[in-house]
Design a protein around this ligand. Structure first.
Ligand code: GRF
Length: 203
C-alpha cells in the first residue's frame, strides 16, 4: 500500500515507518513525506533518502484550514497515496480531510488515550500522578485524538525520579516500535480499508 507520512518536525516516528517499509514483506511503501513546515528536519532526511517529499506551508493559506487541506489532498492524490500516517503532524484537521480519508488515516499520540488528548501529555501524566503512561495509535476522526484505538504500548512512571523529558524519551522508544506494528496490523487485517472493529493491543 502506498502511504504518505505527514510531519511537522523532527520526524523520528517517520524514520521508524520508513525503516519498516524497507523490510521484506512489510505491506506499505512510502509514496510521499509531506510537511506543513518547509523547515521540518524530517523533510531533509526523507529527501536525502530520495523519497518524494512536499512542503505545503499552512501559512500561505492564512486562516483557511480547508484550503490548506485541499492543497494537501491534491499532493496526496498526485503521489498515488492510499493510506496516511500522521507522525508528529501538529495541525488540527477539519472534517474535509478526515472524511475524505476516513478509515485510511491513522495517528500516533504520546499518551494512553483517552487520557491526555492534546499537547503536553508527559507533563500532564506526571501532574496526574499516573503510574503507567504510554502511546496510542488510533484512527483519525474529526474529534482531536478521539478516533478508535488500534494499538497501545505502556511504560512505567517513576514519580519521584522522572522529568517530563525522561518520560517523553521512554515513551518515544515504544512509539517507534508500536507505529510500524500498528500500521502493519491495519493494512494486513483488512487490505487497507478499516472498520472500527480492527483493534489490537500491543504492550
Ligand atoms: C511524538 O511524540 C508523537 O507521538 C507526537 O509528536 C511527537 C512527534 O515526534 N504526535 P517525531 O517528530 O516523530 O520525532
Amino acid at each position: 500500500t502506498p502511504i504518505a507520512i505527514l510531519i511537522s518536525g523532527r520526524g523520528s516516528n517517520m524514520r521508524s515507518l520508513i525503516a519498516a517499509c524497507t523490510e521484506p514483506d512489510f505491506p506499505a511503501s512510502v509514496a510521499l513525506v509531506l510537511s506543513n513546515k518547509e523547515d521540518a528536519a524530517g523533510l531533509d532526511y526523507s529527501r536525502s533518502l530520495g523519497l518524494r517529499t512536499e512542503a505545503v506551508p499552512h501559512k500561505a493559506f492564512g486562516k483557511d484550514r480547508e484550503a490548506h487541506e485541499h492543497a494537501i489532498d491534491a499532493k496526496l492524490k498526485e503521489a498515488g497515496v492510499e493510506f496516511i500516517c500522521l507522525a508528529g503532524y501538529m495541525r488540527l484537521l477539519t472534517p474535509f480531510l478526515t472524511d475524505a480519508w476516513a478509515g485510511r488515516m491513522i495517528n500516533i499520540h504520546p499518551s494512553l488515550l483517552p487520557l491526555f488528548p492534546g499537547t503536553h501529555t508527559h507533563e500532564r501524566a506526571l501532574e496526574a500522578g499516573v503510574r503507567i503512561h504510554g502511546c496510542t495509535v488510533h484512527h483519525v476522526t474529526a474529534g482531536m485524538d478521539e478516533g478508535p484505538i488500534i494499538a497501545q504500548a505502556a511504560v512505567p512512571v517513576f514519580p519521584k525520579k522522572d522529568s517530563a523529558d525522561d518520560l517523553a524519551a521512554r515513551v518515544l522508544v515504544q512509539e517507534h516500535v508500536l507505529y510500524p506494528a500498528a500500521l502493519k496490523a491495519v493494512l494486513v487485517g483488512t487490505g487497507g480499508s478499516v472498520s472500527s472493529e480492527d483493534r489490537l493491543l500491543v504492550v
